[in-house]
Structure formats: C-alpha cells, structure tokens
Design a protein around this ligand. Structure first.
Ligand SMILES: NC(=O)c1ccc[n+]([C@@H]2O[C@H](COP(=O)([O-])OP(=O)(O)OC[C@H]3O[C@@H](n4cnc5c(N)ncnc54)[C@H](O)[C@@H]3O)[C@@H](O)[C@H]2O)c1
Length: 349
C-alpha cells in the first residue's frame, strides 16, 4: 500500500478504461489524486462536436460524478497553457506535477514510456504500470472520439449524457406527442420524457385548468428541463423529449393572452439536435384536460409562435409530419430516428 498515488490523463472523454485504471490505483494507496492534464490548444484542434464537449468543466464534472462517494480519491487539474504542447514539454510538465507528489508516492499509468519520462524529472515517484495492453477494457479515448456511438458500451452514463442525440417533439394539443415519444422510446430502447404540465394539472390543479396562475408555467418549464436531464442520464444514444418550454409558452399565451417573460426566455434559448413537428391533422381527442377543440383558434397562435421562435424548427434537422394517419405519422418518425442513428453510427454528427 502506498501513502499517495497519482493518475494523470486527458480523460477526453472519460472511458471505462480510465475507470479501470483509477479503481486499480485507488486499491493500492491511501490517497489517490486523479489529475486532468488540460491543454486548450489540443481542444481547439478537435471537431466541432468535441470542442463543445471536451472543455475542462465537462471533464472535471465527469470525474467528480464518478468518484464523489469515494473519499480517498480527489480530482485536480494541471493547465498546460504555459508549457510546450505534449510531447515537447516533459520537463515543464514534471514541474507542474511536482506539487502533487506526496510522500511514498506511486504514479499509476498504462503508458510505460510516459512514466519513465516523468521518473527522470521526479525520481522519488514509483511507477506502477496497469494493464498496458488494455485487456480488461480494450478501448482508448481516441477510439471513442473517432466513433463514440459504436463504442457506447465503453463510456460511463455521465459521459453518454453529453453525447446523446436529443429529439424534441412539438405540436399543438392532441397531436400525439406524448404517445409518439413513449412509443419511440420503447422501440429504440431508450428514455423519453413525459410532459410535466399534465402531471402538474392532475396533481396540483385537480384537472381544473382554470386554476392555473401565470407563475405556474415557469415551474412547468423548469421541471421539464430537469426531466430532460434525468432522461439524458439513462438514454441509449438518442432521447425523445415530449414537449418543451416553447409549448409551455404557447399554452401561457393561449390561456393568459400575454407572454410569460421567463418561459419566453427559456423557449428562445432551447436547442435540440433534431425536432419532430406534429401537425394538427389528426382528430382532436378529449382526454379530460383538453379544452381547445377548435383548431381554427389555436393554429394561428401556434403558427405565429413558430415564426417568433425560429430556433424551434432548426433547418435541416426538423421533420414536419403532416399526415392524418397515425401509422404513417409513426413510421415517418421511426425512419427519421433510424436515419439519425445511422448517420451518427458512421461517425458523422
Ligand atoms: N506538455 C507535455 O509535454 C506533457 C508531458 C507529459 C504529459 N502531458 C499530458 O498528460 C497527458 C497524459 O495523459 P494521456 O494522454 O495518456 O491521457 P489519457 O486520458 O489518454 O489516459 C490516461 C491514462 O489512462 C490509461 N488508459 C487509457 N485507456 C485505458 C484502458 N482502456 N485500460 C487501462 N488504462 C487505460 C492510459 O494508459 C493513461 O495512463 C497528455 O495527453 C498530456 O496532455 C503533457
């Protein structure tokens, strides 16, 4: 047992291979420091998708989420901004690492050459090579970045969350959003969200929508966002979102006659990878909550809101379903999701 241990990595992104290394290291020392070596120059060279996801905040969050309950593991950062980029700055990197090196300190790594380089500059450390052939988890972060969706099994759920493709279903009342989100989620073996507005009406207003106050809409919009976060954590590459703040704002304008500034702000900043817009071409069904059967009143409002919030129908990433046949609507949505998954499986994003 060592008194102190160190694991260094880019963790870009965190993989189960890194987790294997950290776990094995943690079993062999009293206190383990996991150090993220961060180089913004390296991030700037990545593709658009990874530039957005591989910033320091995400990398630190992924490690903290994974190890928060294990008290003898702590997470640290070395910023390489002022030293030559890897692999030209070994001496300078060792200088940055030195303050983390404690008494009786082992450095755990799968890279024998890298540890040998560090040992030259910090002779007190004891190198411990762990699974350098990557037999337990045969993956590298480079392979994951090259095709994250084919290597989905190798990344922890906290990282999956940030790479999951979101598909939001929008449309007026009684256009089949909730059923469609649920059916797609079940078919694609993934998560979906259930509209919180409905739960709120049932539990807080006892199905009497005349009891809505303007401020309730902001609560609904926030709660929907929390439910999205939750669904992302358990998603299998793709997630289906039933209703967003834009729809909450539509209801606010319908019932209150004016905009809700909080909900408007959320709706205007909403971004989903893809959107399915369900047109009100199917029969209006009374589910006990709905009161807007006259679509000649609701459609003009909905259409004007779509113009006001152009982010809600992103160009090239929106499927508009206008068929009046439920089977056709469902099959179009399924084909859309198939195509999205095919594109991402090929490593395109
Ligand atoms: N500026 C410089 O000159 C300089 C010098 C030294 C180090 N550094 C920095 O330190 C970083 C070193 O980290 P890295 O690139 O090796 O990080 P990494 O995130 O790729 O790997 C971190 C550790 O996890 C191990 N690992 C990865 N996949 C594994 C698997 N499937 N099974 C078991 N172990 C696995 C690696 O062998 C390594 O020890 C460099 O990228 C660089 O940023 C910079």
């Amino acid at each position: 047992m060592f008194k102190n241990g160190i694991v260094i990595g880019k963790f870009a992104p965190l993989t189960r291979g890194h987790i294997n290394l950290i776990n094995i290291a943690a079993c062999q020392c009293e206190h383990l420091k996991v150090i993220i070596s961060y180089d913004q120059r390296w991030v700037d060279q990545q593709n658009v998708r990874d530039r957005k996801r591989l910033g320091l905040k995400n990398r630190k969050k992924w490690l903290l989420h994974t190890y928060q309950e294990i008290k003898h593991i702590s997470i640290h950062v070395i910023d390489e901004a002022d030293i030559p980029s890897f692999p030209d700055g070994w001496k300078e990197f060792a200088g940055l690492l030195q303050p983390f090196v404690g008494e009786d300190c082992a450095i755990f790594s799968g890279e024998p050459e890298e540890v040998a380089q560090l040992k030259q500059y910090i002779p007190s450390i004891t190198p411990v090579i762990v699974d350098s052939h990557r037999t337990r988890v045969p993956i590298s972060a480079t392979m994951v970045r090259e095709n994250i969706y084919q290597n989905w099994d190798y990344i922890p759920s906290i990282v999956r969350k940030d790479y999951t493709i979101s598909v939001c279903l929008i449309g007026q009342e009684s256009t089949g959003k909730s059923t469609m989100a649920m059916m797609l989620g079940k078919l694609f073996n993934t998560s979906w969200t259930e509209e919180y507005g409905r739960t709120f009406s049932e539990k807080e207003l006892f199905m009497d929508e005349s009891l809505y106050e303007s401020y309730d809409y902001a609560k609904i919009a926030y709660r929907n966002k929390e439910l999205e976060e939750q669904a992302l954590k358990s998603a299998n590459k793709i997630v289906f979102i039933d209703t967003n703040a834009f729809i909450t704002e539509y209801y606010h304008r319908l019932y209150e006659g004016v905009s809700n500034p909080i909900v408007t702000a959320i709706a205007a900043s909403e971004h989903y990878d893809y959107v399915i817009h369900l047109a009100p071409t199917v029969k209006w069904v009374d589910d006990g909550l709905r009161v807007n059967s006259d679509r000649s009143k609701t459609s003009p409002l909905f259409e004007s809101l779509l113009k006001e919030f152009p982010n809600q129908l992103p160009q090239g990433r929106t499927l508009s379903i206008t068929s009046d046949n439920y089977l056709e609507r469902f099959m179009q949505a399924v084909q859309f999701a198939d195509k999205i998954l095919e594109t991402v499986k090929q490593g395109k994003y």
